[in-house]
Write a protein that binds this ligand. Sequence first.
Ligand code: SF4
Length: 424
Amino acid sequence: MTGDEQGWEACLDADLPRALYLHIPFCVRKCSYCDFSSEPVGRETRQARAYADSLAAELSRLSAAGLLEDVTTAYVGGGTPTVLGMRLCSLVGDIRRAAPGIAELTCEANPDTLVPEVLDGLVEAGCTRLSVGVQSLDDGELVPLGRLHDAATAEDALRRAVSTGLAVSCDLMCGIPRQTPVSWQRTLSRAIATGIVHASVYPLTIEEGTPFSAAVEGGGMRRPSDDEQADLMLLAARQLESAGFSRYEVASYALPGFECRHNEAYWTGVPYLGLGTAASSMLGARGYRRLRVLAPRLPEAGPRVSRVRLTCRSAHSRLSADPSVSAQSYELEMLDARQAAAEDLMLSMRMVAGAPEGLLAHARRRIGAQAVDEALARVVGSGLARWSGARLVPTHMGWLLGNELYGSLWELSEGTIETRVYEP
Ligand code: SF4
């Protein structure tokens, strides 16, 4: 086995998670397009602080059990973590104490709640990256999105964050109402000019149950076409690349050395632990067994299971009352080695670097060389991927037709994933 292949095997065999995610399921109010797990609660409420206290208690329990010893990246996302105000800063301190091996610690923030004292507190507590939800720097576009900030507030938040020395990322969205190619380019230039080192660029999707979905169904709003979205994504790629950013994942661009290691973990088979409402964890069978020591009533993983994914379905009120792993509801997916290898192959196609030789060798070993090589020949033959030396990398068409590319590789998984529901 090559070292690279051993790395992929080691991810599956890992005893412990290497990445940690905390979900803060609160926002000041709900945006018009959003179906994320978040509840509008206004600013710095008691219930949000109680929830943070519970997460902190669970972190120290997991840490005492040795489960966070290998964690090197952490991400506090939402929702809007900055609705916690100064409690977010102390939560960062709680994370640092619970997992001292962390090298990269990211917090999501929204411009309207990123007040100066919270920003300073985050730096002091050991946050290293900030991911700011900006979406647009055009006031006429921000209003229909239902965002609480205007363009000037967002630019100011980005500049202030950059001036602290944090690695600052900016989330931007294309295909939104009133946006034109010209206004999109203006948003990109203004964002780049603030000094950000990373940008995540997403096309608007119309999610069921949102005000945007009702507006589309009622005829009051037009759904952006795939072609329009693809053109706007291409404009973003050109503009960011001409400013020195490199695309490293389908939606992510970074200046050299500023890629988000935590997000890379999700696409490269690295085991992660998620805490909080709607948070997902992905653990190898051994890592899952370690977690079960704390929650023995979680379903046992049978001998064929190589990977377990758990998504927490508890409401935040239950987590606040008792944050322990064993007290939560989970949906579980149990994958065998073949399914896990097919999943890794599929996820690697989100990355510009694609599937390295070691992953391909690992997939051949777990799935069978003939089946893998036939699937690779099919995606290359249909123009969805290409060879770059010994790596399989996605093409531009592969990203545009992502579902086709991912589906072709996922077909290698065979069989149905075993799903379970756990209620305490
Ligand atoms: S701030 Fe983010 S998570 Fe909250 S409602 Fe808006 S888009 Fe959703």
